[in-house]
Design a protein around this ligand. Structure first.
Ligand code: GLN
Length: 540
């Protein structure tokens, strides 16, 4: 019988529910249990794919092409739980499937209502993950207790223990205990209120994970336990981490959260081994070298917009025991300022993915500077497309080169729409999405980095390198070294005679893990470290 853990959040948003859920899953997986993970998001969009990164942060893409919440990135980075479209549901998806069923007449004349039809649909999506062999399903509920739109989800998870037995369910509530400077005190009242709201709905949490800035002490833990009707040992402190989010599981393990969960669910697990993980943390705490990477994009002030990129850079840092100093630069700044000034002291430039033309010219200028000055460059999706446009304009001499995304009637459409995209009218879920195979050319930097001839990477785009210009690019020193197996689509381009100039049409950042840095991030950072060393010896 699969057990179910539900993770809810209270008091404020951004408490790190995704990170906490992923950390719990990681500890349980390391104790030998087979885990599945899932996020329920109460907003009305069918998926986050149509939302601006300013609204929602990065859209995380899975192998099966699902466009999902960025918390799923934490799930993949911390665990080996396989994810699919069943791992992220939104109110929009739940309602559309209920309405489809209603149109097909499947409700046999019933009045279709939030309870039971919407709640039954939610329960079906949760219980569906509990296949034979799966020990625990962890379901994270997006939003904060008290949100109106979260109520049907809470009602559904309230009912699940009645269907499958209370002993098979565990409710973990993540909450905040703020420190009030003026009173010089930690305050438990917001936590009491938030648990009170949960109990009104009919959910009694079993475990409280309490986010704090500083140790809360036994007295506060006892007080919270008493007022919230939980055992004192089930009030687990989660202190803000100074260095890295990857320290979170270690903190929870110190408080024996894994054992508590197993005891409460009546499960037994093997012993917990974390020494490899501690070693990774040690590498970030005591780096042997460093390098500075500029990330030039258009959602720079929104940290979550390039979440997996920043994480992947950190993983490469762990692999090389290097401190990665990330310099976030708004692309438009290059349109008014000197690339030389903006990129001073930079050892590598990364241009991530994106949509729309704002900032494009700035990215192109930044790329031109790194190409000419032999600074390592890594272009991802739109970043690769910008590198192709830059090369066409400045090396091939095609002044009117552009992408048809930004200039539909440009003289030289070196980036153009994929043929299959031309008839598509709906924006949601219709890009070239998910895992696609790619064949790498012998002797290329990418082939060397991967150590494999054929790879699989995740995509999310509508435009591509225009094959009509392929020979001109090759003749002038930019080669499509990675292609779709039929040779038609350029997936990786490299510039010859440059320390590291690699552009990829796919998103490698979705497949990097702290313990297994993505080969291209690792290669890029290695090249940046060399650049840093040279910069230090030459005093530049
Ligand atoms: N806007 C570009 C396209 O659709 C790039 C997309 C991306 O960077 N994810 O092809």
């Amino acid at each position: 019988m699969t057990k179910h853990i539900f993770v809810t959040g209270g008091v404020v948003s951004s408490l790190g529910k995704g990170l906490t859920s992923a950390s719990i899953a990681m500890l349980l997986e390391r104790r030998g249990l087979n885990i599945r993970m899932q996020k329920l998001d109460p907003y009305l969009n069918v998926d986050p794919g149509t939302m601006s990164p300013f609204q929602h942060g990065e859209v995380y893409v899975l192998d099966d092409g699902s466009e999902t919440d960025l918390d799923l990135g934490h799930y993949e980075r911390f665990t080996s739980s396989p994810l699919s479209k069943k791992s992220n549901y939104t109110t929009g998806q739940i309602y559309s499937s209920v309405i489809d069923k209603e149109r097909r007449g499947e409700y046999l004349g019933a009045t279709v209502q939030v309870i039971p039809h919407i709640t039954d649909e939610i329960k079906r999506c949760v219980l569906d993950l509990g296949e034979p062999g799966v020990d625990i399903v962890i379901t994270e509920l997006g939003g904060t207790i008290g949100d109106i739109e979260g109520l049907p989800f809470l009602e559904a998870i309230r009912q699940i223990p009645l269907d499958i037995g209370r002993e098979n369910c565990l409710f973990i509530h993540l909450t905040l205990v703020p420190y009030l400077k003026a009173a010089k005190e930690m305050k438990t009242k917001p936590t009491q209120h938030s648990v009170g709201q949960l109990r009104q709905i009919g959910i009694q949490p079993d475990i409280l994970v309490v986010r704090t800035e500083r140790p809360m002490g036994d007295d506060n833990a006892k007080k919270i336990a008493r007022f919230c009707n939980v055992e004192t040992k089930a009030v687990i402190e989660e202190i803000d981490k100074e260095f890295s989010i990857y320290e979170v599981p270690l903190g929870l393990a110190e408080h024996k959260l894994d054992q508590l969960v197993l005891d409460k669910l009546g499960l037994v697990g093997g012993s917990l081994e974390m020494s490899d993980w501690k070693e990774l943390i040690h590498r970030i705490r005591k780096p042997k070298t460093e390098c500075t990477i500029a990330v030039v994009g258009k959602y720079i002030e929104h940290r979550d917009a390039y979440k997996s990129i920043y994480e992947s850079l950190d993983h490469a840092g762990m692999a090389h025991s290097a401190r990665i100093i990330i310099k976030r630069i708004e692309a438009e700044e290059f349109e008014n300022g000197e690339a030389e000034v903006l990129l001073a002291g930079v050892d590598g430039l990364l241009v991530p993915g994106g949509f729309g033309m704002r900032g494009i010219e700035g990215k192109i200028q930044a790329i031109e500077y790194t190409r000419k000055n032999e600074i390592p460059f890594f272009g991802i999706c739109l970043g690769m497309q910008c590198a192709v446009i830059e090369f066409a304009r400045n090396v091939l001499g095609l002044a009117g080169a552009n992408s048809t995304e930004f200039a539909s009637d440009c003289d030289h459409p070196v980036i153009c729409m994929l043929e299959e995209q031309k008839t598509i009218t709906h924006k949601g879920g219709t890009m070239r999405l998910g895992a696609q195979p790619c064949v790498l050319q012998e002797g290329s930097k990418s082939r060397e980095a991967y150590g494999e001839d054929e790879i699989s990477e995740r995509h999310r785009h509508r435009y591509e390198f225009n094959p009509d210009y392929k020979q001109q690019f090759i003749d002038n020193g930019m080669t499509p070294v990675g292609t779709s197996p039929n040779g038609l689509l350029a997936e990786v381009v490299e510039v010859d005679n440059h320390p590291w100039f690699v552009g990829v049409q796919y998103h490698p950042e979705f497949k990097s893990k702290p313990s297994a840095s993505h080969p291209l991030f690792k290669g890029f950072v290695e090249s940046a470290i060399v650049h840093h060393r040279e910069r230090m010896t030459t005093g530049l």
